[in-house]
Write a new protein. Structure first.
Length: 567
C-alpha cells in the first residue's frame, strides 16, 4: 500500500512533466520507476532517493551536487536528464535502457567468456576514468550498476555518488544507511574512511571482474559483516585456481587492483584497464595488423558506404605508421561476410592483430565501436566506443590510429603524428560524397563507376582543395581509359586522369595516392617506364601499405621482365 501511495503522490506532483508507470526496482538508497517524459515523448527511468537520504541532503544541496554528475558526458556513462523535488522526495531522471544489467547476465550464465568480461570491464574503466577526472568517485561499482546496451557497458547511478562527500558520508552513518555494497567495497570504504579516491572504485571494479570470471566475488560470507571481515583478514584466492584459462597477466592485474592498501593498487582506472591487456611478463609486441571491414549497424542499409569508408580511412591512417605492417583494403574486404575465425584470418593474412569494428549512423550522430584483438590468444588489447557528432569523424579516425599505435607499442615520429592528425577536407559533405564515390567505383560495374565518378566530381566541386578526391578521380579515369570498366573514349579519360593527378599533387605534393596515379599514367600512357618506377617507389615509400601502388609496380616490373621482383 505504501508503494502505491508513493507512486500516486509522485504522479500528482509531477503532473505535466512525467507520468510514472511502474516500479522497475529498488536498492538501499533509492527506488527506480519507469516513466514517460511528457515533454520529449520518451521512456525514462526516474530514480527517487529514500526519504532519509533526501532529508539528509536537502533540495538545495541536492541540486548543487547533482550538477557534477549531470556534467559527465561519456559513451559508457548513463547520462542524467533531469532532477528535482516532488512530493517531498528528491529524484533524478536517466534514459530508460532496454536490456539487462551484469547481475542479470550473471544470474543466467554465472561466468562470462574471458575476452568479453575483460572488454566490458575496460569499457567501465574508461567511464570511471572520465568521472575521476571530474572529481567524482562512484563508490558503488557493482554488476547491478553496469547496464548492457547492444553489447556495450553503461555505468549508472553516478547520481547516488553525489551523497558521497566527506560531510555526506559522516551524516549517512547516523541514518543507518550505507553507501556501497559489501561484496564490492574497498577496505577503506568498509572502514568508514571519509575521504575516498579513484583507487576505491578500482578495487570495486576488480571485484566485479573477479566475479565475471570466477562466478563469485573475491570475498563471500553469510552476512555483510562476515564479508567485510574477510576483506581485512584474508587474501582473495588467485583467479587462475578457480579458472585456469584466465591469462596470467589478468591474474596479476587483479591481484594488484585488489590490494588491501590503496597505495599498492593502480593509481588510475586507465592503468588497470591497460594492465588487463598485458602479459604477466613483458613480451615483444606484434607489429602487423589487419583492419577487418566495419559492420554497418545503421538502420538505413544505404549507409554501407560509410562503414566501408571508415574501414578504408582507418587503414589509411594506420598506414602512415612505418613501424606497423598494415594489410591493404584489397586483402581485407574479402572478409566482409566472413565465416572464418580470427585465428584463420590472422593465418591467411599473416598478421598478429586484427581490428574489428561497427558503425551505426543516424542523422548527424555516429557510434563507432572498435576493438583490437591478438589473434593467437583471442585477447582484447584495446577497445573503444565513440558516440559523437558526424563532424568529429576525422578526430575519431586519428584517435583510433594513435591508440592502436600505443597498444602495439609502435614508435611514432613527429611527422607521422602530424600526418595522422591532418584532416583530408574541411567539408563534411565533400567527405561523404568521396566515400559514396569510392563505394560505387569498387563495385567494378559500368553503372557503379558512372555513379562513383559523379560523386567524386561533386566532392571536388564542393572542396576544390580535396587532394585525396582528385587522386581517386585520377585512378578511376585511368582504369576507364584502359577499358577495365566504363565507356569514356580512352584519350578523354587519360586527359581527365592527368588533370586530376596534377591537381592532387599541386595540393599535396607528398600524397602517396597521387604519386601512384602518376606512376600508373607514366607506365600505361606515356611509356616512361623509368619515370613510372620512380613515382611508384616514392608512393610506396610514402605509404608502405599501399596495395594499389604495389599492384601497379608489380605489373610494371613484369613488363620489364624483372619477374622475381614482380612476384
Amino acid at each position: 500500500m505504501a508503494d502505491t501511495d508513493q507512486l500516486t503522490r509522485l504522479n500528482a506532483a509531477l503532473v505535466g512533466r512525467y507520468t510514472l508507470d511502474r516500479e522497475l526496482g529498488r536498492g538501499g538508497m533509492a527506488t527506480v520507476y519507469l516513466a514517460d517524459d511528457l515533454k520529449h515523448h520518451r521512456k525514462v527511468a526516474l530514480k527517487v532517493l529514500r526519504p532519509e537520504l533526501g532529508s539528509l541532503l536537502g533540495p538545495e544541496r541536492f541540486a548543487r551536487e547533482i550538477q557534477v554528475a549531470a556534467g559527465l558526458t561519456h559513451p559508457h556513462i548513463l547520462p542524467l536528464y533531469d532532477s528535482g523535488e516532488a512530493a517531498g522526495l528528491l529524484f533524478y531522471v536517466m534514459p530508460y535502457v532496454r536490456g539487462e544489467n551484469l547481475r542479470q547476465r550473471l544470474a543466467r550464465e554465472r561466468q562470462l567468456p574471458i575476452e568479453e568480461a575483460i572488454g566490458l570491464v575496460r569499457q567501465v574503466a574508461t567511464a570511471l576514468e572520465h568521472a575521476h577526472a571530474h572529481g567524482l568517485v562512484h563508490r558503488d561499482v557493482k554488476p547491478e550498476n553496469i547496464l548492457l546496451h547492444e553489447g556495450v557497458a553503461m555505468v549508472t547511478d553516478f547520481g547516488i555518488a553525489l551523497a558521497a562527500g566527506a560531510e555526506g558520508d559522516q551524516r549517512l552513518t547516523g541514518t543507518g544507511l550505507m553507501l556501497g555494497t559489501p561484496h564490492y567495497m574497498s577496505p577503506e570504504q568498509a572502514a568508514g574512511e571519509r575521504t575516498l579516491d579513484a583507487r576505491s572504485d578500482i578495487y570495486s571494479l576488480a571485484c566485479v571482474l573477479y566475479e565475471l570470471l570466477a562466478g563469485e566475488p573475491p570475498f563471500t560470507g553469510a552476512t555483510a559483516q562476515a564479508v567485510i571481515v574477510k576483506r581485512f583478514t584474508t587474501q582473495a584466492q588467485g583467479i587462475r585456481r578457480l579458472r585456469p584459462s584466465v591469462p596470467p597477466g589478468v591474474e596479476a592485474a587483479l591481484q594488484r587492483a585488489l590490494a588491501r592498501v590503496p597505495a599498492d593498487r593502480f593509481n588510475t582506472a586507465a592503468a588497470f584497464a591497460q594492465a588487463l591487456s598485458l602479459p604477466a611478463q613483458a613480451q615483444a609486441r606484434p607489429s602487423s595488423i589487419a583492419v577487418l571491414p566495419f559492420q554497418n549497424l545503421s538502420p538505413d542499409p544505404e549507409n554501407e558506404f560509410f562503414a566501408d569508408g571508415m574501414t578504408e580511412d582507418v587503414i589509411a591512417q594506420l598506414s602512415k605508421i612505418r613501424s606497423l605492417r598494415v594489410i591493404g583494403r584489397g586483402s581485407v574486404m574479402r572478409f566482409k561476410q566472413r565465416k572464418e575465425t580470427l585465428q584463420e584470418v590472422g593465418a591467411t593474412l599473416d598478421v598478429a592483430t586484427v581490428l574489428e569494428g561497427s558503425v551505426r549512423r543516424a542523422g548527424s550522430r555516429v557510434r563507432i565501436v572498435s576493438q583490437l584483438i591478438d589473434v593467437d590468444s583471442d585477447r582484447h588489447l584495446w577497445a573503444e566506443t565513440y558516440d559523437r557528432d558526424l563532424t568529429d569523424i576525422f578526430e575519431i579516425q586519428s584517435d583510433v590510429a594513435m591508440k592502436i599505435a600505443r597498444a602495439l607499442e609502435a614508435e611514432l615520429s613527429h611527422e607521422e603524428r602530424r600526418e595522422i592528425r591532418k584532416e583530408p577536407t574541411a567539408d563534411l559533405e565533400a567527405y561523404q560524397l568521396y566515400l559514396q564515390g569510392q563505394h560505387c567505383i569498387h563495385r567494378w560495374t559500368g553503372e557503379g563507376v558512372a555513379l562513383g565518378l559523379g560523386y567524386l566530381e561533386q566532392a571536388v566541386a564542393r572542396d576544390p582543395a580535396y587532394a585525396l578526391a582528385h587522386a581517386a578521380l585520377a585512378k578511376a579515369y585511368t582504369d576507364i581509359a584502359l577499358g577495365v570498366v566504363g565507356s569514356l573514349p580512352p584519350e578523354e579519360a587519360f586527359a581527365r586522369a592527368k588533370l586530376a593527378t596534377a591537381k592532387a599533387l599541386e595540393l599535396e605534393p607528398r600524397l602517396a595516392e597521387a604519386h601512384a596515379a602518376l606512376g600508373h599514367l607514366k607506365y600505361v600512357h606515356d611509356y616512361d617506364w623509368a619515370g613510372a618506377e620512380a613515382e611508384l617507389k616514392l608512393a610506396i615509400e610514402l605509404n608502405p601499405s599501399s596495395g594499389d601502388a604495389y599492384d601497379i609496380y608489380g605489373l610494371l616490373l613484369s613488363s620489364l621482365e624483372r619477374y622475381d621482383e614482380a612476384i
